[in-house]
Design a protein around this ligand. Structure first.
Ligand SMILES: *Cc1c(COP(=O)(O)O)cnc(C)c1O
Length: 337
């Protein structure tokens, strides 16, 4: 048995999800006529108390569309230096929106209202105009760390006072909400746009949603079209999203519990000096005396897959296809290393 903990994107659709996909009613979504996509978009918008939503092939596309909506040429985005939108989206802020970026530091990948306030550029001929703040919850490079609403509200206040837009890369927002028990609608009330991934912990083969105002989502449809993301009978894929929202949200806490146990197992190894606080489904281990490559080779000899996450870091992500049996097996195999 291969134990694949490289990412929560590696899951395969469950039997129930496949059934929902095969039986979905479909139509041409570029004509706005795919009933399953329309139902998914309406369901998600309603859940977050936002006016509208658009279904896209990836979270990179939903984030990049949001950046396009909230910036123009010669404007600037404020985000943490470990943000997915900056590190892992192919330079899209520059390539897609001709915008600049100001990177902030902060523990576990998080930034504060005071830092943001201080990072807003003056109205000055030398500086790009700051128009957008982008946050990430959970924070991938922060070890799956969580923002709470109490941390978001002061940031929203700064944005209101200064006329900045606020976007959330909520690829794993449902993981955060599973722990804090905060409601999607309370989060929807704080942001101009939110991106949600269906293909991570929720276990869909494809898909992300961008949520926002009716006006923003209407513009988003044009941006998506120009980037080649207008799909046709994609309701077969959207059906997986509806199924996941109904069946795979409440089980996320199981992934978190297994991640905590996995973190404890790793900490027992003599060459693991630290495990980042395990807040959700991401476990990052810091190594001493061995390199990530050496540790990962030993793991792969035991048929365990992980990813290098820095010069002395290795990342593990728990997910739908990693159950108690796999966890127990992981413990057995790792104890041989
Ligand atoms: C996975 C992920 C995305 C989007 O990734 P896609 O692979 O393009 O769907 C965005 N932000 C974060 C934090 C992610 O983990």
């Amino acid at each position: 048995m291969i134990i694949d903990l490289r990412s929560d994107t590696l899951t395969k659709p469950t039997a129930g999800m496949k059934e929902a996909m095969f039986t979905a009613p479909v139509g041409d979504d570029v004509f706005g006529e795919d009933p399953t996509i329309n139902a998914l978009e309406e369901k998600a918008a309603k859940l977050f108390g936002m006016e509208a939503a658009i279904y896209c092939p990836s979270g990179t596309m939903t984030n990049q569309i949001a950046i396009r909506l909230h910036t123009r040429i010669q404007t600037e985005v404020i985000c943490h230096k470990y943000s997915h939108i900056y590190l892992y989206e192919g330079g899209g802020i520059m390539a897609n929106s001709l915008a600049s970026v100001k990177l902030l530091e902060g523990d576990l990948g998080k930034i504060t209202a005071d830092q943001i306030k201080a990072a807003i550029n003056p109205d000055d001929v030398h500086a790009p105009e700051t128009t957008l703040v982008s946050l990430e919850n959970t924070m991938n490079k922060g070890g799956g760390s969580i923002y709470t609403l109490d941390e978001i509200k002061p940031i929203r206040k700064v944005c209101n006072e200064t006329g900045l837009k606020l976007h959330l890369d909520g690829a794993r927002l449902f993981n955060a909400l599973a722990e804090t028990r905060e409601s999607p609608a309370d989060w929807g009330a704080q942001f101009d746009t939110i991106s949600i991934c269906l293909s991570k912990g929720l276990g869909c083969p494809v898909g992300s949603l961008l949520l926002g105002s009716k006006a923003d989502i209407k513009r988003a449809r044009k941006v998506r079209k120009s980037w080649g993301g207008g799909m046709r009978q994609a309701g077969f894929l959207a059906a997986a999203g509806i199924y996941a929202l109904d069946h795979h949200v409440s089980r996320l806490k199981e992934d978190h519990a297994r991640a905590r146990t996995l973190g404890e197992m790793l900490l027992k190894l003599s060459f693991v000096s630290e495990v980042f606080p395990v807040a959700t489904n991401i476990v990052i281990a810091r190594l001493e005396r061995v390199t990530p490559e050496e540790f990962m080779k030993k793991l792969s000899d035991q048929q365990i897959k992980s990813v290098k996450f820095g010069p002395d870091l290795v990342r593990f992500v728990t997910h739908l296809d990693f159950g108690d049996e796999q966890l127990e097996e992981f413990g057995k195999r790792v104890s041989h290393i």
